[in-house]
Design a protein around this ligand. Structure first.
Ligand code: NTF
Length: 829
């Protein structure tokens, strides 16, 4: 029974708080009230962290009514809803974002001023929840922002890891991993839902003497929900991000943590009871561990149960599920949602297999985020039989149905059948999760044009022959709310001024009006000043945190992303050392001063990536202390890369390094954030770089390196790195210096292996073309009028790369979801 007392009902329809919008006075009272009565702290004793918590409660109140009424609208109009399942959400800080989205920044700033405090300082107290690794998790966060802003009925489902991405420290040049205690100061932003809990079962046996078979699990863990409000820009709508935690009495103990392999040291202590405790710090790599499989099942089982419960609140039949519900799988990590939904439909609702399967195919869609074979998830049949016997049984049945009813009737041979089978035969039989995702989904998309094309012609070629209409592309995008309004307020004011208001924030194509202003010298200068201010701010941070002095007038050359061989940070290093050599050879030439800024984490078990970090730091130390280069080169590796650091660094970049080997970076999304903030890109024809080139024009981007076809030809002909090293004396010099210890004199062979490996990602093949492109960069930078013109052209043509456009594509092409209309919105009193 769902009765609402009339008095409470009124509160939900009169919008006391938001109409009229609170002024500084009301905000100040609310903050002080929260401090005293929620946190129990005397204002005279309050620390900045206490003030932040009080302010977060005050800000949360202001979106809570929208949050609750959004749910009411969805129920009232039975809005078809998309459920976005992702093992990662890299949300970044919530506080400033929520103030900007609700147009409350000014009121809070003024309120704190009256309290004798500074809002910007208080905001810096917020932990940066890093419940994701990199691009995949941050994309999910941008998508939630766009879903809310576009009023799309949507729920995000993820895991509330107690420890998110590890904290990176650099000691003697080496990465050290420390636990990330993001919950230490409380999490004012999330609502605990102790009553929203679902049992998740594991192990045991399957009794097949009945139909449907009876699964008798060996253990059961309760998933408990926490809801985070995702406020739309412009208020009115707010969607939930529902994060599951395992209900367990004991807290995780970090006592025996050791710095060698962060993850295994934690895993050993965790075994069963602490399933939701730690994020696997891998990016573009799959892990075959039992705990990971448990985490994935934990997420999808709780979420699918919740989705069905929500459906049954609106409809009295399970049969309407496909009309009401779209479930999106963010990569293969949540693919177990497919057999989980099948299990519930068959075992709990007694649907015949065929009917359940037909429903699943209407409900699920899947995004592929990488073609790299080492990142494709496969689970051993043995492990799955142990942990999820009923699900394995269902997967066998799906596979049988697929092969007998879909593949064989089309006359394919045994070799083809072996290739498309969900079960990979071999010594260790394995379940191919990507195959299951493709077979069950009505749509499968890649994340940039080139990636989607390669997906169809390589990884999923066999499936594209079977289901040509199933595959599509949705190019990634980023939210201008966080990546301009929050990260770069001065740029936001600049755009407001020249675009006649802030409409661009929700209609990013308005940026193209800048195209007619790009030749205006005053506007170029004004933008140069915005850029300079951001560079000064970053320089101050680097001075304060790292005690390194950099010159804001130098060119800031930035590569920030996960450290991975395919992203080729080590090729960036080759160029730095080459430039260093050139300067020493010709000290009096007219060199363009540059600051090379790098940041990023290496997975704890990924040695080559850790070596790369160490190399960058060794080179930074060596070059920064060499008097002879006279500040013409500075190298800075900023520790502990995070969303909040990205917000500081991206606005300050002149040059954006997007230098992955062609064919390897599915999309990249920082490339979009940089260009949106007026940096020029130096990049390969990979991922979304290709589309950025199409939008900004070849004169406004520095493209270099081999194409996908050339890369494949090199591989096919047996790529040999020495074909390139031996034919380029300057390259050979750089390789030898690094390999023979010029930057690691205390341990001369430290980088021998890093330089003399198979060069799987063809750094040496692209080196010369990279160096040439870098010379073009210097040349253009010395002509400020041309440079800032190009920067403005970049910004002007980035409208396409808004995540609002991506989400509109998903809603139309994949989910068939309609946003809440004007008429459906509650009218303000
Ligand atoms: C990443 N994939 C890709 O490596 C990036 O190029 C892309 O921008 C993001 O996804 C978002 O689409 C992964 O992290 C994973 F897990 F698929 F390897």
């Amino acid at each position: 029974a769902k009765t609402t007392p009339t008095a409470a009902k009124n509160l939900l329809t009169t919008y006391d708080y938001i109409n009229p919008k609170p002024d500084a006075e009301l905000v100040r009272k609310s903050i002080v009230y929260k401090l005293i009565f929620i946190l129990g702290i005397d204002p005279k004793d309050a620390t900045p962290a206490d003030w932040l918590n009080a302010a977060m409660f005050a800000a949360r109140d202001l979106s809570t009514e929208n949050f609750l009424s959004t749910r009411q609208i969805h129920e009232k109009f039975k809005k078809r809803t998309v459920y976005y399942l992702s093992m990662e959400f890299l949300m970044g800080r919530a506080f400033t974002n929520s103030l900007i989205n609700q147009d409350l920044y000014g009121a809070f700033e003024q309120a704190f001023k009256e309290l004798g405090l500074n809002l910007a300082d208080i905001s810096e107290q917020e932990a940066d929840p890093a419940l994701g690794n990199g691009g995949l998790g941050r994309l999910a966060a941008c998508f939630l922002d766009s879903l809310a802003t576009l009023r799309v009925p949507a729920v995000g489902y993820g895991i509330r890891y107690q420890y998110g991405m590890f904290k990176q420290e650099i000691v003697d040049g080496k990465q050290i991993e420390k636990p990330d205690l993001w919950l230490d100061n409380g999490m004012a932003w999330q609502f605990a839902r102790p009553a929203k809990r679902f049992p998740v079962s594991f192990g045991g046996t399957l009794d097949t003497s009945h139909y449907p078979p009876r699964w008798k699990p060996a253990e059961q863990i309760n998933a408990v929900a926490y809801d985070e409000i995702v406020p739309a820009f412009g208020g009115q709508i707010a969607n939930p991000l529902r994060l599951w935690t395992a209900h367990t009495g004991d807290l995780f103990n970090l006592a025996s943590f050791n710095e060698g392999d962060y993850f295994s040291s934690m895993e050993a202590q965790m075994k069963n009871e602490t399933i939701a405790n730690v994020l696997y710090p891998n990016d573009a790599t799959a892990v075959g561990r039992e705990l990971r499989l448990k985490q994935e099942y934990f997420l999808v089982s709780a979420s699918v149960q919740d989705i069905i419960a929500r459906h049954l609140c609106r409809y009295d039949s399970i049969h309407t599920l496909p009309e009401d519900v779209a479930i999106h799988l963010n990569d293969t990590h949540p693919v177990l949602a497919i057999p989980e939904l099948m299990r519930i439909l068959i075992d709990d609702y007694y649907l015949p297999f065929d009917q359940a399967w037909a429903m699943c195919q209407k409900i699920f869609s899947y995004t592929n985020h990488t073609l790299m074979s080492e990142a494709l998830e496969k689970w051993s049949v043995d492990m799955m039989a142990q942990l999820l016997p009923r699900h394995l049984d269902i997967i066998y049945k799906i596979n049988h149905h697929f092969i007998e009813n879909v593949v064989r009737p089309q006359g394919y041979d045994d070799d083809f059948i072996r290739r498309v089978s969900i079960i990979e035969e071999g010594e260790q039989r394995q379940v191919r999760m990507a195959w299951l995702a493709v077979i069950a989904s009505h749509k499968v998309n890649g994340v940039a044009k080139i990636h989607s094309d390669l997906m169809v012609s390589s990884l999923f070629a066999d499936f594209a022959a079977l289901f040509p209409e199933r595959f599509t592309n949705v190019t990634n995008g980023v939210t201008p709310r966080r990546w301009i309004a929050v990260a770069n307020p001065k740029l936001a004011r600049f755009l407001d001024k020249h675009l006649g208001g802030s409409g661009w924030l929700t209609d990013l194509n308005q940026l193209n009006q800048l195209n007619k202003l790009v030749d205006n010298k005053d506007i170029q200068n004004e933008f140069a000043n915005v850029k300079h201010a951001a560079k000064v701010r970053l320089a101050e941070y680097i001075q304060r945190e790292m005690n390194i002095t950099i010159n804001p007038n130098a060119l800031f050359d930035v590569q920030i992303k996960r450290i991975h061989a395919y992203k080729r940070q080590s090729m960036n290093v080759l160029h730095i050392v080459h430039r260093y050599n050139q300067i020493l050879n010709n000290p009096n030439a007219d060199w363009q001063p540059r600051v090379f800024i790098l940041a990023g984490k290496a997975a704890s078990s990924y040695n080559e990536a850790k070596q790369t970090i160490r190399l960058i730091n060794d080179i930074a130390y060596f070059i920064n202390h060499d008097e002879r280069v006279r500040d013409l080169i500075k190298v800075v590796f900023i520790p502990n890369y995070s969303v909040s650091l990205a917000e500081l660094i991206i606005p300050a970049a002149d040059l954006s390094e997007q230098i992955s080997l062609a064919g390897k970076e599915a999309s990249g999304t920082s490339n979009m954030k940089f260009a949106l903030n007026g940096a020029l890109t130096i990049g390969t024809l990979d991922g979304a770089n290709v589309e950025i080139l199409q939008h900004v024009g070849a004169e406004n981007i520095f493209i270099f390196g081999n194409t996908v076809e050339q890369v494949q030809t090199l591989y096919r002909n047996g790529y040999n790195p020495y074909d390139f090293i031996d034919n380029d004396p300057e390259l050979a010099q750089v390789v030898n210096q690094i390999a023979q210890g010029a930057f690691s004199p205390d341990e001369p062979h430290r980088y021998h292996k890093l330089m003399h490996n198979r060069d799987e990602f063809q750094r040496y093949a692209d080196f010369r073309s990279y160096v040439n492109a870098q010379a073009q960069v210097d040349k253009l930078y010395r002509q400020p009028e041309k440079w800032y013109r190009a920067a403005l052209v970049n910004m002007a043509n980035m409208g396409y790369f808004s995540s609002d456009r991506s989400i509109e594509d998903y809603c139309r092409e994949i989910w068939r979801i309609e946003p809440v209309s004007e008429q459906e919105l509650p009218r303000l009193a």
